[in-house]
Design a protein around this ligand. Structure first.
Ligand code: 5AD
Ligand code: FES
Length: 350
């Protein structure tokens, strides 16, 4: 049974109406047939605005060195059980070139918030990747100064991912000691001013989070008008203060993906690795309710064990050459196809 008011709310959202906080919170709680109706609407919006192509972004986790101590994160500074590493600049460039050979149109260079590479070195890596491949380059290296963001943008970086993590300022301050939501949003505004395609996002199921908080997460993404949004379940990591907390659920995460698709109709939304790590078909399920991107790991196999933001991460034993055919099969299995090219935001005109 689908209640009439639920159907009419989903229809309004599908037609592009801006929903309010209570309406989003209501949709985020849907179950059963009503949840299926929500997913159907999100899938239609995805097909209409983004098409059936799924974009692949090769993820290079180039260092796990981090100066932050986020309570949820397995590579937080005070976790002494992590063996810290940094890939050399040449190794990062080689991994990117390998991703290009595997057919990927873009790479994401991600690390902890540290100085594994000094800003100039990272700029050099970006320049070299841009000079030797057709790849779009995305950085994901945390909260930095405006000058650093500007340097990397001038070096040729196209995009930047910085999840806001949670839009609840108190929860944010509790989970990220010493940092404030306001500062993170400031970074996102700088990235926007500097001409990056901007990605943000959040975790679902953080201890203390409610559906209203998740509604606020989506409203913040709308206010920032992001080009990309990563949404994944929180997964408790060993040797962190939240080791014994409950994980986010598949259903709540999928509802969040679907509601984000209805709200930000032309954004790129990944079917996240975290979702694929808590459910064997997590990424497929996300592709069916709004997602249109997958980020296969292209980090050389020997480093992967040491980049566990959360436990039981998929693909830990794989090399880049394994993940490429695996995700292709996954995408074709969902009746979709692998999109080619850099996969810029449809709003991007340059
Ligand atoms: N569970 C799920 N996602 C996590 N992240 C960090 N730690 C965890 C965890 N324990 C996410 C954060 C970060 C992204 C790179 O990984 O949202 O921005
Ligand atoms: Fe890595 Fe399937 S995506 S093996």
């Amino acid at each position: 049974m689908i209640r009439r008011e639920v159907l009419s709310l989903i229809r309004r959202a599908e037609a592009g109406a801006d929903l309010g906080r209570d309406e989003l919170a209501f949709l985020l709680s849907l179950e059963g047939e009503e949840q299926k109706a929500l997913f159907g609407a999100a899938d239609r919006v995805r097909a209409r605005t983004m098409g059936d192509g799924v974009h692949l972004r090769g993820l290079i986790e180039f260092s796990n060195i981090c100066r932050m101590d986020c309570c949820y994160c397995g590579i937080r500074r005070s976790n002494r059980h992590v063996r810290r590493y940094r890939m050399a600049p040449e190794e990062i460039v080689a991994a990117a070139q390998g991703a290009s050979r595997l057919g990927y149109g873009s790479v994401v260079l991600q690390s902890g918030e540290g100085d594994a590479l000094d800003p100039e070195e990272l700029a050099g890596v970006v320049r070299q990747i841009k000079a030797t491949t057709p790849l779009a380059v995305t950085l994901s290296v945390g909260e930095r100064t405006r000058e650093e963001y500007a340097l990397w943008r001038e070096a040729g970086a196209d995009r930047f991912l910085l999840r806001h993590e949670t839009a609840d300022p108190e929860l944010f301050a509790r989970l990220r000691p010493g940092r404030r939501l306001e500062q993170r949003v400031q970074c996102l505004l700088w990235l926007r001013e500097l001409g990056y395609q901007v990605g943000s996002g959040f975790m679902v199921g953080l201890p203390g989070q409610t559906v209203e908080t998740i509604a606020d997460d989506i409203l913040l993404l709308r206010k920032l008008n992001v080009e990309m949004a990563g949404i994944g379940p929180f997964i408790p990591a060993p040797n962190t203060p939240l080791a014994d907390a409950a994980a986010g659920t598949v259903d709540r995460t999928l509802n969040a993906v679907a509601c984000t698709r209805l709200t930000l109709q032309d954004a790129h939304l990944p079917a996240t690795t975290a979702l694929g790590s808590i459910h064997p078909r997590g990424r497929q399920l996300a592709l069916a309710c709004g997602a249109n991107v997958i980020m296969p790991n292209v980090t050389p196999g020997r480093y992967r064990d040491h980049y566990q933001l959360y436990p039981n991460k998929i693909c830990l034993r794989e090399e880049p050459e394994h993940c490429a055919p695996c995700v292709t099969a996954l995408i074709l299995g969902e009746g979709r196809f692998v999109a080619t090219g850099p996969g810029h935001s449809p709003r991007w005109t340059s």
